[in-house]
Design a protein around this ligand. Structure first.
Ligand code: ATP
Ligand code: MG
Length: 428
């Protein structure tokens, strides 16, 4: 099976939008054993889209396009595909009804052009869009319709906005693929997500012990991001499941402490899950992360069961009035110090009556460093259920990455305590 992905949108080529659909789709597909063989981004002109699709079908039997299903004049995918394969468009009553309902429920008048989105090329199957107005489309092509002989082709058109495309792919496209292109050999994939160890350290610790499994056909991949390393275990063939299971066990036995989840788990979601199960709560006192920890936690559905609240205390005064940090502490040790972090965490915990509190205070830079506390210095504290723990880290990054890495370490501090893994872990 040859799979080609075409991302349409001039905004991608002008660099206004990052092509996250490419990454997301390739990952979702490969995790299920469908590896994309070629990917292309094209401007949203009819001629470019037609040419890209025509060429893709000279090699591939499954072509997926993204974008250009909307109602504006630059949304041409539906129309130019219909033209390319000689499939007249006609209005689909069910799609139109859904679009009308979408606007009615939001109390907004329906622009006339939106009707265009209910047009369906002859023979195409409609893929429901539960998060927007433009349905996706799946079009079966017989061998004569495109360059390849002897095989039918499938063209899938998905909308551009990720929050529409992603659920549509999972609920509509995956079942279609499994039915239309059943995997010809068993495939197993497991992604283990770790934090607190660098990429090479992970490899150093696990590669040797996995060698016998690699010899038996296991593939290992590493993917490092700020503050995280994913280990991807893949196998094909009759022993695929067994190999991946054994490999997972081995990895867990070697770096299990650092593994916070699998597949698409995110650390904040893992924390919310753990705390919810224990019926415990969390408060935050953030200085240098400016609310970023709160932001990450509140992105998780169900956060309200766990997060009582958070303070963004940037000035010394705010640290005193909101959290009860003592002025002597600030005067003697400074705002970026172990005692301040400690008092911030304990203050947040006591004032919001939560089981735990996390506090962070540091120097994001580029200015403000000193010999004793260079730019990147962060103190993070965890109060609650045991003695307050304070950790000093050096996170020397641009301000945004600094916030991410710091939030990751602070959350990891809590995960460690929740799982009795010990509080002192090596810097990332
Ligand atoms: P709409 O109805 O919103 O117009 P559409 O299916 O016509 O949807 P586009 O017009 O191509 O899709 O893109 C709409 C928006 O979706 C873009 O402005 C962009 O923010 C996002 N988007 C499009 N393509 C991608 C992509 N490949 N990766 C990430 N985001 C994308
Ligand atoms: Mg559009």
């Amino acid at each position: 099976l040859n799979i080609e992905l075409i991302n349409t949108g001039t905004e991608l080529l002008l660099g206004f939008v990052t092509n996250t659909n490419q990454q997301w789709l390739c990952r979702q597909l490969s995790q299920r054993g469908y590896v994309v063989t070629r990917q292309l981004a094209v401007p949203d002109t009819g001629a470019e889209i037609q040419q890209a699709v025509r060429e893709a079908f000279t090699r591939g039997n499954l072509v997926i396009t993204t974008g250009g299903l909307g109602p504006t004049s630059d949304d041409l995918t539906r129309e130019c595909i219909a033209q390319l394969f000689g499939r007249p468009l006609s209005e689909d009553a069910a799609s139109l009804a859904k679009i009308e309902r979408f606007f009615r429920e939001r109390n907004r008048p329906m622009p006339e052009r939106t009707r265009l989105q209910a047009l369906v090329p002859e023979g195409a199957r409609v893929l429901a869009n539960n998060n927007g107005t433009a349905p996706g489309l799946a079009l079966e092509l017989d061998a004569a319709a495109y360059g390849r002989t002897g095989q039918r082709g499938l063209l899938i058109m998905l909308p551009g906005p990720p929050r529409e495309l992603e659920p549509m792919f999972l609920t509509e496209v995956v079942p279609l693929l499994l039915e239309r292109f059943p995997p010809n050999e068993p495939f197993a994939c497991r992604v283990l997500r770790s934090t607190g160890v660098g990429e090479s350290a992970v490899e150093e610790r696990i590669a040797g012990r996995l060698q016998p499994l690699v010899a038996a056909g296991l593939e290992i991949g590493y993917c490092a991001r700020f503050g995280e390393v994913d280990v991807r275990l893949v196998a094909r063939g009759p022993k695929a499941d067994e190999l991946v299971k054994q490999a997972e066990q081995t990895v867990r036995s070697l770096i299990g402490k650092h593994v916070f989840g699998c597949e698409t788990d995110e650390l904040p979601a893992v924390i919310i899950r753990d705390l919810t199960a224990r019926r415990q709560t969390l408060a935050l006192a953030e200085s240098c992360t400016g609310g970023y920890i709160a932001h990450r936690l509140t992105n998780v559905p169900g956060a309200s069961a766990v997060l009582t609240g958070g303070f963004v205390t940037y000035s010394n005064e705010a640290k005193q009035t909101c959290l009860g940090v003592r002025s002597e502490t600030l005067a003697t040790h400074g705002a970026v110090s172990e005692p301040t972090a400690r008092e911030m965490a304990e203050g947040a915990r006591d004032r919001l009556r939560s089981t735990y509190a996390i506090a962070v205070t540091g120097i994001a830079g580029p200015g403000g460093g000193s010999a004793e506390k260079p730019v990147g210095t962060v103190y993070m504290a965890l109060a609650g259920n045991g003695p307050t723990l304070v950790l000093r880290q050096l996170n020397r990054y641009d301000r945004e990455s600094f916030k991410f890495v710091t939030s990751q370490q602070a959350l990891e501090l809590l995960r460690r305590r929740l799982n009795d893994l010990g509080g002192n872990f090596r810097p990332l």
